[in-house]
Design a protein around this ligand. Structure first.
Ligand SMILES: Cc1cc2nc3c(=O)[nH]c(=O)nc-3n(C[C@H](O)[C@H](O)[C@H](O)COP(=O)(O)OP(=O)(O)OC[C@H]3O[C@@H](n4cnc5c(N)ncnc54)[C@H](O)[C@@H]3O)c2cc1C
Length: 470
């Protein structure tokens, strides 16, 4: 490929969509740089419900394309990252006053059959005694989706992109992008060193999530091709208040659903809400009405009553959805749309609207097919069968306490061998910072996974922050 610019592609945004595109493009032979203003995945992509799911609810909106693609991706992603993605059973209690039994059965039939399933079992009717639900919930359904560690999915993709030659720059904010006839001149601010760096690239990929239109108007001084609707969603984390390891999908009278999911062993995650959002995107917090809504939903279903004191952590994010004219926030499509401007001979811009974590790989493939317009000789799709770093099982370390071994396996998979190799006892892992966090892990995260702050380590690379706040 003739290369008259410093980079073929510059990706703005280190959320799941940005890192997914950077990985795919780098693996197809393009020279890629990615900039992220904060830590990798520190906004929407670490604030999700953490499900790789088809989205049972989207069937009611006739989103068959999206659901089919998402259902297929469950099996693909399970294979690519079995250390951070695993099957999760959901119990759906039947509520006499809400959707009829036959309608749910039909929805689940479609869910089972819209895409091929190899690893995930089909849905079935179940009795709910002993599940922790109130006694009048006697019948319901069980179906499967998958759990994902969303923040780690972002980091593992960034590591794979780096393996393929991409330059990954967290804590680098794009502050200017000037369009010339055949290239962009991009300026980044290195936030840590307060220094500007500048380079040229042929294509700019705007994967700035909730900032997608802000980037177009403020950095590029262009008019956005799409409107965007920001929809806030919040979650609460409480001590686990139901037995077993199955999750629950709870229907509400407003036609929405709320999930209650076993989380990090001893906790449960309850979410989410859907609220139109205006104003600050960076410092989002759950509001009192959202807390009341989530607690009330749980209390309508479970035997154990939750009060506000039970909340050990909460988080909020905004879904960057493309405005499709829907009135209610929960009705807006979760599908993605890619806007391609000035392709062929000109400096091209690709902007990403909407999307789900579940479909990030397909979104990246589509983005790369659009980039082919500019780079006709680029490689073919390759990510479907490519394992993410650490996907192989962690070797045997009999000297490691079982809980630590399990956490390393579910957090790092075989990547943990980087900091375990050559050690023969826990003492050799270095200083113990509490709750099973040893210096060897901290050093590994700093050297290999771009972790810089306590928050990066306690809330995104791991979830040890939950133990510390106890
Ligand atoms: C409450 C909630 C629950 C969800 N649950 C699920 C779920 O269970 N399953 C699922 O599949 N999906 C879920 N989603 C959707 C999913 O989280 C999002 O679609 C996805 O994370 C969006 O990723 P992104 O990369 O587009 O955006 P982001 O993750 O927000 O990434 C964009 C990045 O761009 C960076 N950026 C912006 N401007 C600049 C700049 N000038 N310079 C450098 N960097 C910049 C930002 O810092 C940010 O990190 C959920 C979303 C929400 C809000």
């Amino acid at each position: 490929m003739t290369n008259l610019t410093d980079y073929d592609v510059c990706v703005i945004g280190g959320g799941i969509n940005g890192v997914g595109i950077a990985t795919d493009a780098a693996g197809r032979g393009l020279n890629v740089v990615l900039c992220e203003q904060g830590d990798l995945g520190n906004y929407t992509s670490s604030s999700s419900t953490k499900l790789i799911h088809g989205g049972l609810r989207y069937l009611e909106h006739y989103e068959f394309r999206l659901v089919r693609e998402a259902l297929r991706e469950r099996e693909v992603l399970l294979k690519r990252a079995p250390h951070i993605i695993w099957p999760l059973a959901f119990l759906l209690p039947h509520h006499k006053g809400l959707r009829p039994y036959w309608l749910i059965r039909l929805g689940l039939f479609l869910y089972d059959h819209l895409a091929k399933r190899k690893r995930l079992p089909a849905s079935r009717g179940v009795k709910l005694q002993g599940s922790g639900l109130q006694e009048h919930y006697q019948r319901g359904f069980e179906y499967y989706d998958c759990w994902v560690d969303d923040a780690r999915l972002v980091v593992l993709n960034a590591m794979l992109a780096r393996e393929k030659g991409a330059r990954i720059l967290p804590r680098h904010k794009c502050i200017k992008a000037e369009r010339f006839a055949e290239h962009w001149q991009v300026t980044l601010l290195d936030i840590i060193n307060n220094q500007e760096i500048s380079f040229s690239c042929r294509c700019l990929v705007n994967a700035a999530g909730p900032w997608v239109n802000h980037c177009i108007t403020h950095l590029l001084e262009e008019k956005p091709p799409q409107s965007i609707r920001l929809v806030k969603g919040s979650h609460i984390v409480v001590k686990k208040f139901f037995p077993g390891d199955k999750a629950f999908i709870l229907q509400n009278t407003d036609n929405r659903v709320v999930f209650a999911i076993p989380y990090e062993g001893e906790f449960a995650l309850i979410g989410t809400t859907d609220e139109d959002h205006q104003g600050d995107i960076k410092n989002l917090q759950i509001s009192q009405p959202e807390i009341d809504y989530l607690l009330a939903t749980a209390n309508n279903y479970f035997q154990q009553t939750l009060t506000q004191d039970a909340i050990v952590w909460s988080y909020a994010g905004v879904r960057p959805l493309h405005g499709d004219g829907s009135e209610k926030p929960e009705d807006i499509t979760r599908d993605y749309q890619l806007e391609w401007q000035w392709g062929h001979q000109q400096a091209a811009l690709l902007s990403i609207y909407g999307g789900k974590i579940t479909t990030y790989r397909k979104l990246a493939e589509l983005a790369c097919e659009l980039l082919r317009d500019v780079f006709p000789n680029m490689g073919q799709p390759w990510t479907k069968d490519a394992l993410l770093p650490g996907a192989k099982p962690l070797g045997k370390y009999p000297w490691l306490p079982d809980t630590l071994y399990q956490r390393y396996q579910r957090t790092y998979g075989s990547l943990a061998e980087i900091f375990l190799a050559g050690k023969a006892s826990v003492d050799e892992l270095g200083e113990h910072h509490g709750h099973g966090l040893y210096q060897a892990e901290v050093d590994y995260l700093r050297e290999h996974e771009w972790a810089m702050t306590e928050e990066d380590i306690l809330w995104r690379r791991t979830k040890l922050g939950l133990c510390v706040t106890l």
